[in-house]
Ligand binder design. Structure first.
Ligand code: CP3
Length: 346
């Protein structure tokens, strides 16, 4: 491991090592709730903002400066690799990823050639290098997990039911397998290139895996996510595995091989450790909507999460999902202060 962040509370917690403070960062910390983000972001596609390494590095660092969080998360998006190989995906403001010609059949596999990060996403790697050169906190690189990325490519737009995705998965397992194979390779190439350029940790976002039954998850999704964690095992960086609504599949997710399991707000941390075992390293799990409430309520919820963690050194404080755009940044500043006042592992 590089010496650059030898005393990082975030990296310590990922390894379940005690530290004088509990680390905290927020999913979607770089984004719409920050006035300084809106000031520099402009009105074009987020994919254009991501392609501008100078801008993307600045946006990545804004929440570090504002909140004093213990890690930066790369300003990018889970559809960037598919976009970079020319699949034809855009990100519409207020909607999310939208695909012109959704994935339907074997011929569509041609539209997902292997990702060559240095050629296809040089701007992403330049952003990584710039943030790493800033050096203030470890940078978390990330990728979308095969299931969650596949859901966007197949549905063509955000979905509540994942009906088309499940129909393809169950109705044509051979094609599903071929599609997920490609998405595994794409995520692996992207994650390895982010680490090679200096990212100190990675997170695999399987945001929508909670839409699946445990049996379906185990059979059609878990083996692919496992290949990603195994394919990163030699890199010596903490690997975080996250999804929303995953209470019923947490024990399965934990077998994919990540070092840290993200937990949303539906499963209290003490209950998550009952499901995963006492040594589980957890990330979470304040309900992002709580942050829209009065400061005293937020404070009580934060205290409850820390109490339920019970002094375990393997806890990275976070929200249970992304910051909501209408969140008052001052509330998140207070959350960071409160969490930092709490030693990790006592
Ligand atoms: O601060 C961070 O977390 C870093 C940046 C980040 C973005 N997307 C930037 C973004 C990360 C880690 C993501 C990952 C991502 N993208 C996920 C997994 C995380 C999660 O929330 O579960 C998913 C599912 C996506 C797909 C996606 N991209 C959605 C659902 C949206 C929201 C659409 C909207 O506007 O509400 C996007 C767009 C997006 N990605 C925005 C940001 C800051 C907002 C739009 C913009 O600024 O143009």
């Amino acid at each position: 491991m590089s010496q650059q962040h030898a005393d990082s509370p975030f990296l310590a917690a990922c390894r379940a090592e005690p530290h004088h403070r509990t680390p905290v960062w927020f999913m979607r910390q770089a984004g719409r709730s920050l006035p300084e983000y809106r000031a520099v972001r402009g009105t074009g596609s987020i994919l254009d903002a991501i392609a501008d390494a100078n801008l993307a590095a600045e946006i990545t660092l804004q929440p570090v400066r504002r909140y004093g969080v213990d890690a930066a998360i790369l300003y990018s998006d889970i559809v960037v690799p598919a976009h970079a190989v020319g699949f034809g995906v855009e990100v519409h403001p207020g909607i999310g990823p939208v695909v012109d010609r959704p994935f339907e059949n074997t011929a569509d596999l041609q539209r997902l050639r292997p990702l060559e990060p240095e050629e296809d996403t040089p701007h992403v790697l330049e952003t990584v290098r710039r943030v790493v050169a800033d050096g203030s906190v470890p940078l978390i690189g990330f990728a979308g997990a095969p299931f969650t990325v596949a859901s966007y490519l197949i549905e063509g737009k955000p979905s509540r039911t994942y009906g088309r995705t499940k129909a393809l998965m169950l109705g044509d397992p051979g094609l599903w397998h071929a599609l997920l194979d490609r998405l595994v390779d794409m995520a692996l190439a992207s994650l390895r290139s982010q680490v090679a350029n200096g990212a100190s940790a990675i997170q695999l976002f399987d945001s929508w895996a909670g839409a699946l039954s445990p049996q379906t998850y185990e059979r059609y999704v878990l083996p692919f996510s496992r290949r990603i964690f195994e394919g990163l095992a030699d890199l010596d960086v903490p690997r975080i595995h996250f999804g929303v609504g995953t209470g019923e599949i947490l024990p399965l997710m934990a077998t994919a091989g990540a070092d840290v399991i993200g937990v949303d707000w539906r499963v209290p941390l003490d209950e998550a450790r009952r499901r995963l075992g006492p040594n589980a390293v957890l990330q979470g799990n304040l309900d992002p909507a709580v942050c829209l409430g009065p400061a005293e309520v937020v404070e009580a919820e934060v205290a409850d999460i820390l109490r339920r963690n019970g002094g375990h050194p393997g806890h990275v404080f976070n929200l249970g999902h992304g910051v909501l755009p209408e969140t008052d940044p001052a509330i998140l500043e207070r959350v960071v202060e409160q969490v930092h006042a709490h030693p990790n592992g006592s």
